[in-house]
Design a protein around this ligand. Structure first.
Ligand code: HEC
Length: 571
């Protein structure tokens, strides 16, 4: 289907869309059929495991993680497609790479070395269930950077500062390939003793829950309980209440055994939901739910198949304010593969719309590389908004991630165009008719922040100016030479329901140095008391951000208090 027709899916197409073409899984990354039967000459040899481990640590772990667990948008190798593909196919893919998608080719290594890596990858095999993001506590060598400080409006971890406003405009965009495409995945380390998340003056951060298993999206139920997706172990957990010590009063596993659950939505919207919808990586399912349930009371009902496989596995789900439509964000399978010629990209890099029973799928908006990390309904305008990871490989300061309201039928550029009518050089000359259709998003973020869950703040604890604002989690990426992100940002809406293009660093402090981080924000939700809960799949915890009063307010109230206090009777 060509791009122009993508938003006008015919009814006939609707019946077949939800099934993913089996061709996608038949040949790992379209490896030539002959590679399937190719035997690994070193299979099972312990010496090859050891040699492969060294090569892996040097060449692969920065992106795929120390134990092959994957990081950010980079696929895991210890489970998933790599472990089900044939040795010959994996060997072929390592040799060829997928350069446009950020995976280098490794033809520079000898054949023997590439086979050694394949043997080592086999030794990493775990189930997604067992998989835990690697964390290396203890000592590590600091990684310094001598790079010059970023020139505004661009930023990196060295200048991120709670309360600092930033604004990136279309005129600020550099030309593509202004810098090399970086290979700078973070190594996760245990939180150093002197590190703690920090907010602007007047805000304090406490640890709400720790020891979680890959905590990702978090959403507050209408009754005030917090629902958390622990995606890699397939669980949805519930946390209830905040004790005087700032901890959950109760917690429970709501349901387990799901396939990489992420999105969570209560239906119908309002105070009395009957269902909880979950966005698994391959399908939307729902469970019966009423206020107060801590465990699912019935089996999963299957609502809609979703295209899946390749990169971008998260699927956020939201309902329109009137409850008539369900939105599901499905990110692209690749970095920038052309959907015209890549069947796996069909109905991806889109926000799909369904009826709540899963019928009548259509593409609501397209060219959105990956909004799977975060959809939200603006309670003031009822518009759908999204938080988007833009593409890699064009240099440190391209392409801005973004947060925007989503227009019905809107085209947001991917993969041929970006941020309005800028052509991606990897697709020169394609789709000139879409140039003027490509929408410039409302809020441009620093490129490679990896923007995930977003939430509108309508709480009453923070100062009045925060009401109606957006908070979003920035997970950080491998594709920036000096890392940026690993923070929570605020998008001021100026009490208008509209963004002005600015955003602000809000919670920072998760980066140790240019090689190491200890925390990575993923989810954000507003608690009934107006505090903010932030999930972090680096330290596997949930943080709680409260407003406790600015220094100026405190000293004013202390002075008042002092003058009201009767003088001691002793004089
Ligand atoms: C600069 C980051 C980077 C480095 C370094 C890197 N990779 Fe990758 N790798 C990627 C990305 C991004 C993808 C996804 C590519 C795609 O979907 O087309 C990927 C995909 C893969 C896949 C396919 C996984 C799947 O589920 O589809 C394999 C296998 C793989 N890499 C192996 C390796 C090995 C082995 C090394 C080291 C020799 C390595 N990679 C180094 C970024 C990297």
């Amino acid at each position: 289907m060509n791009a122009r027709n993508r938003s006008y899916l015919s009814l006939a197409a609707l019946c077949v869309i939800p099934t993913v073409s089996p061709a996608q899984d038949a040949h790992f990354h379209n490896a030539p059929a002959s590679t399937i039967d190719q035997k690994n000459p070193l299979a099972g040899q312990q010496a090859a495991v050891l040699a492969g481990r060294k090569l892996y640590a040097a060449d692969c772990s920065a992106c795929h993680g120390a134990t092959g667990q994957g990081s950010g948008n980079i696929p895991a190798l210890s489970y998933g497609p790599t472990q089900s593909a044939a040795d010959g196919e994996v060997f072929w893919f390592i040799t060829t790479g997928s350069v446009g998608n950020g995976m280098p080719g490794w033809g520079s290594l000898s054949e023997q070395q590439r086979w050694q890596i394949v043997v080592y990858l086999r030794s990493l095999k775990t189930s997604a269930k067992e998989n835990k993001p690697g964390s290396a506590p203890g000592k590590f060598a600091p990684v310094k950077t001598n790079a010059p400080l970023p020139e505004p409006p661009y930023t990196d971890f060295r200048v991120e500062q709670p309360g600092k406003l930033r604004k990136i405009s279309v005129q600020d965009l550099p030309a593509p390939y202004g810098t090399d495409s970086a290979n700078n995945g973070p190594r996760l380390v245990a939180r150093p003793d002197d590190a703690w998340p920090k907010g602007p003056d007047g805000f304090s951060v406490q640890l709400y829950a720790a020891g979680l298993d890959n905590p990702r999206l978090i959403r507050t139920a209408p009754n005030g309980d917090f629902f958390l997706a622990e995606s890699s172990s397939g669980k949805i957990k519930v946390f209830r209440g905040i004790t005087a010590a700032g901890k959950p009063a109760e917690s429970s596993v709501f349901v387990e055994g799901l396939n990489r659950p992420y999105g969570i939505a209560f239906y119908p919207p309002g105070d009395n939901p009957q269902w909880i919808y979950i966005g698994n990586t391959d399908a939307v399912v729902r469970f019966p739910y009423k206020n107060g349930d801590l465990k699912a009371t019935g089996a999963a009902q299957h609502i809609a198949e979703l295209p899946h496989g390749g990169g971008h596995w998260t699927r956020d789900v939201q309902f329109s304010a009137d409850g008539k439509k369900m939105f599901v964000a499905v990110g692209s399978a690749s970095n920038v593969d052309d959907p015209d010629t890549t069947p796996q990209e069909k109905n991806r890099a889109d926000i799909l719309q369904f009826n709540p029973d899963g019928s009548e799928m259509r593409v609501y908006a397209y060219g959105i590389r990956n909004a799977g990390g975060g959809l939200a309904i603006n309670p003031r305008t009822n518009e759908l908004w999204c938080s988007v990871n833009e593409r890699d490989g064009l240099g440190d300061n391209l392409v801005p991630d973004y947060i925007t309201r989503v227009q019905d039928g809107g085209f947001y550029g991917w993969p041929w165009w970006y941020i309005g009518g800028h052509q991606d050089p990897r697709h020169n000359g394609k789709h000139p008719e879409l140039k003027d259709k490509a929408i410039v998003p409302d809020v441009l973020l620093q490129p490679h922040l990896a923007s995930l869950e977003m939430a509108f703040y309508e709480g009453s604890q923070f100062p009045a100016e925060y009401r109606g604002d957006i908070f979003a989690s920035e997970h950080g990426s491998w594709n920036r030479s000096v890392r940026a992100g690993y923070e929570v940002i605020r998008v001021p809406m100026h009490q208008t329901g509209r963004a002005s293009g600015e955003y602000e660093d809000f919670i920072t402090g998760f980066v140790v140095d240019n090689g190491h981080v200890w925390g990575r924000p993923v989810g954000v939700t507003v608690a009934p008391d107006g505090s903010l809960l932030v999930t972090d799949d680096g330290s596997n915890s949930i943080w709680r951000v409260s407003y406790t009063g600015s220094k100026a307010e405190k000293s004013a109230s202390e002075r008042k208090h002092a003058s009201n206090t009767p003088k001691s009777a002793s004089n």
